[in-house]
Design a protein around this ligand. Structure first.
Ligand SMILES: NC(=O)c1ccc[n+]([C@@H]2O[C@H](COP(=O)([O-])OP(=O)(O)OC[C@H]3O[C@@H](n4cnc5c(N)ncnc54)[C@H](OP(=O)(O)O)[C@@H]3O)[C@@H](O)[C@H]2O)c1
Ligand SMILES: *[C@@H]1O[C@H](CO)[C@@H](O)[C@H](O)[C@H]1NC(C)=O
Length: 349
């Protein structure tokens, strides 16, 4: 009897643990191998060019800054926490001495900080901005609505409005670099997320003051909404570049599911159940979760790939075009309305 139980347990172990784990590992290794061929931007030389990465102190932004520095650029790391940014630069400098890395203070929770950053940048480094990567972002706790210094709902304020103002203030610099390099348009790269498809913006209540926040359990709707705003911004920005006939392109992207520190504080406050942390997460990590270096690949692709020179206003994922044009949530009408509302909110005009 006991021998039957033992062999039964062995087969359970074999079929439900060992075989699935080996299969996942094989898939993972295959994905890695395929990804290894993706890096077509290695040979793009951006020495002498000025680029900005917001939220470069950690995660995807930090890797992006490193990839730009390796290729010779003058990289402005726009960060809210200067000590953390210094540690990031010291770490990057252990691997490469290429390029120039300059830390500047930018706290996207505050419009006055955005304005100060932009004017200081123009004063010190004006002369053309080739690439602006709007990467910084936060995931707010589920079910909670916090406010920025200016009274905006935090995810919308930081992820969308702060970058909206920043991009607009830096437009003359982007245009300038585009004029200097007719065959090489300047680029605005917006790090969005596939989570935008779970978002919905009520254009009459962008701060969620009236709309009841019936949040989900795992991901904040406010975060998804802010990422939807990122994509609508991308659409309208491309339209504006086309109608102004300036040599600037823009792209939005989803980096994939990336293992960074984003949202980790929230998780510490409100830990998911044991099976999620100890079974689901490790399995996901094995098959689909990228590390920060892999997570930055699509950002680098959108920033540098020559294949995208004649494209603008599109979305990319895993270094590939991601057709989201047929989605009703991304209507051009909403994009225009959001732009107009955003202009008023950040007092641009
Ligand atoms: N990780 C994913 O799976 C995933 C998936 C889809 C999209 N994304 C997007 O990818 C982008 C980068 O995220 P990540 O995963 O690399 O996260 P991360 O490691 O937490 O990095 C986020 C960066 O944004 C900065 N930041 C946050 N709030 C800011 C503020 N108010 N002002 C200025 N900087 C601020 C952070 O600064 P501190 O270092 O000071 O905290 C940090 O440098 C985000 O836009 C995120 O929405 C990530
Ligand atoms: C960013 O600005 C907000 C709003 O003023 C403030 O609460 C927060 O402490 C600032 N963060 C950092 C790291 O300076």
């Amino acid at each position: 009897m006991s021998c039957c139980i033992t062999s039964f347990l062995y087969s359970i172990l074999l079929y439900f643990a060992i075989i699935p784990a080996l299969t996942l590992l094989a898939i993972r290794l295959t994905i890695r191998k395929l990804r290894g061929k993706v890096d077509i931007t290695n040979e793009v030389d951006i020495s002498g060019k000025t680029v900005i990465v917001t939220g470069a102190s950690d995660g995807i932004g930090k890797v992006t800054a490193e990839e730009f520095a390796v290729r010779g650029a003058r990289v402005i790391l726009a960060c809210r926490n200067l000590q953390k940014a210094e540690r990031a630069v010291a770490d990057i400098r252990m691997r490469t001495t290429n390029g120039e890395m300059i830390i500047m203070h930018l706290n996207l929770s505050s419009l006055s900080s955005v304005r100060q950053f932009a004017s200081e940048f123009i004063q010190k480094y004006g002369g053309g901005l080739s690439i602006l990567v709007n990467n910084a972002g936060l995931v707010n706790p589920v079910g909670m609505r916090k406010l920025t210094e200016d009274g905006f709902e935090e995810a919308f304020g930081v992820n969308h409005l702060g970058h909206f103002l920043l991009t607009n203030l830096l437009l003359p610099e982007l245009v300038k670099a585009g004029e200097k390099n007719p065959s090489d348009p300047s680029r605005v790269v917006i790090v969005s997320s596939g989570a935008h498809s779970w978002g919905s913006l009520s254009l009459d209540d962008l701060m969620y003051e009236k709309t009841p926040l019936e949040d989900w359990k795992w991901i904040s709707k406010l975060y998804c909404n802010s990422k939807l705003a990122n994509n609508l911004f991308n659409l309208e920005l491309a339209k504006k570049f086309r109608s102004d006939k300036v040599n600037v392109n823009c792209y939005a992207l989803c980096p994939g599911f990336v293992d960074t520190n984003i949202g980790k504080e929230n998780m510490a406050d409100n830990p998911p159940p044991f099976w999620v942390t100890h079974v689901l997460f490790p399995l996901l990590k094995l098959v689909m979760v990228k590390d920060a270096k892999e997570g930055a690949e699509t950002t680098v692709y959108c920033s540098l790939s020559k294949y995208l020179t004649h494209h603008s206003g599109e979305m990319y994922r895993n270094c590939e075009f991601w057709d989201y044009s047929k989605r009703p949530k991304l209507s051009e009408k909403d994009a225009t309305k959001l732009w107009e509302k955003s202009e008023k909110l950040v007092k641009l005009n």
